[in-house]
Design a protein around this ligand. Structure first.
Ligand code: PLP
Length: 389
């Protein structure tokens, strides 16, 4: 009998929730375009508006503050570019150095178009200091963006303090809550918050749907122009089945958050203790306490993360590295670099992310195969490390 694979990559994409799949299938039976005036169109429109009301209620905002998008990347791009473009007279943008590329890259691109980017540093645990943000705010700042929790090392940011500081200074504040939703209590009406990005496939909805929660008075220049849907901020025919499934997944993520987090913290404890027992040199990265409940990020000294990942995959365990491989040369992640982690150590890092389908059997499977994978990965890396010295 073949052993089940251990999927420890929920932060990359979570399995679809059965209830979300049902909502998607039910909505797919009808053909209406929510912008059409006939009966089918009106039914589709009603589904979208009920979903909007549901998402708004779960996040503590008004329905008119929910802008449906095709995922987290689009929501982040819309917020970053749309908020900055509205204020050309304010040249500066504050952005943390540990953002996901969905924020980092549009911010860097705005820099290429003439905006001045003030990169906010993090400490060795990956945390932005709200006092540093406060000191850098001013009348010349169009936007400050700091994620709710980091997707690689899991560190939770002091978003309430940063949002409050931005609110007092009259500066728009955007946060990427893609990884936070379902794992942490996410309040869309946080004082000082202008906008917040969400993604469906991290919480059990299909890939390709998400939302930007944006305060009603937030001025956002559209990125996509066309039919004028979504407050005229995000044109494009609305994907009613995916939006219905997204609303179901958001409802579940918010309702189950506390119980889910408690179960993940307990499972994470077993995973961390187990890794330290079977691979004693391993180093846990990120904040040991204030981190996403399902996140374990570890450096294995003397190993290449990509090699380790492939060995674990062959042994039935799926996880991820934070490194991007450019022309065959693994680049250390910008997050670990910003935290001051040694590049060699950074290259030997893996992220294990637990989620709703994770069990003790998954943890046991990893702990069973990890020692031999680490041993083989360090032997494979040794000649290469000698060559580069
Ligand atoms: N922001 C964060 C923190 C993420 O982890 C991801 C996905 O990995 C995204 C944004 C992008 O979301 P999507 O895959 O829905 O475009």
């Amino acid at each position: 009998m073949t052993q089940a694979r251990a999927y420890l990559d929920h932060a990359a994409s979570a399995p679809m929730l059965p209830e979300a799949r049902e909502a998607w299938l039910a909505a797919s039976e009808s053909v209406g375009n929510p912008s059409s005036l006939h009966t089918s169109g009106r039914l589709a429109r009603r589904l979208v508006e009920e979903s909007r009301e549901s998402v708004a209620a779960d996040l503590g905002v008004r329905p008119s503050e929910v802008i449906f998008t095709a995922g987290g990347t689009e929501a982040d791009n819309l917020a970053v570019k749309g908020l900055a473009w509205e204020q050309p007279q304010r040249p500066r943008i504050l952005c943390s150095t540990i953002e996901h590329h969905a924020v980092l890259d549009p911010v860097a691109w705005l820099g290429e178009t003439g905006r001045e980017i003030d990169w906010l540093p993090v400490d060795e645990l990956g945390r932005v200091d709200p006092d540093v943000v406060r000191a850098r705010l001013g009348d010349d700042v169009a936007l400050c963006t700091v994620m709710w929790a980091n997707n690689e090392v899991g560190t939770v940011q002091p978003v309430a303090a940063i949002a409050a500081a931005c609110g007092e200074a009259g500066v728009a504040f955007h946060t990427d809550a893609v990884q936070a939703l379902g794992q942490l209590p996410v309040n869309g009406a946080l004082p000082g918050l202008t906008s917040l990005a969400l993604s469906g496939h991290k919480i059990g909805a299909p890939v390709g749907v998400g939302a930007l929660i944006a305060r009603r008075d937030a001025r956002i220049t559209p990125v996509l122009h066309g039919g004028g849907q979504e407050r005229d901020v995000r044109s494009g025919t609305l994907d009613a089945p995916s939006i219905a499934a997204f609303a179901v997944a958001v409802r579940h993520a918010v309702a189950a958050q506390a119980d889910h987090a408690a179960r993940m913290v307990s499972l994470r404890g077993e995973l961390v203790d187990g890794i330290q027992r079977v691979a004693p040199g391993a180093i846990l990265n990120g904040d040991p306490v204030d981190r996403l409940p399902g996140n374990v990020h570890v450096s294995f000294p003397g190993c290449e993360g990509d090699t380790l990942l492939m060995l674990l995959d062959a042994a039935g365990v799926e996880c991820s590295t934070g490194s991007a491989c450019t022309a065959g040369v693994p680049e250390p992640s910008h997050v670990l670099e910003a935290m001051g982690i040694d590049p060699a150590l950074a290259r030997g890092s893996l992220r294990f992310s637990l989620g709703c389908t994770s069990t003790e059997a998954d943890v046991d499977r990893l702990l069973e195969v990890l020692p031999s994978a680490v041993d083989r990965a360090s032997r494979a890396a040794a000649p290469r490390l000698r060559r580069t010295r």
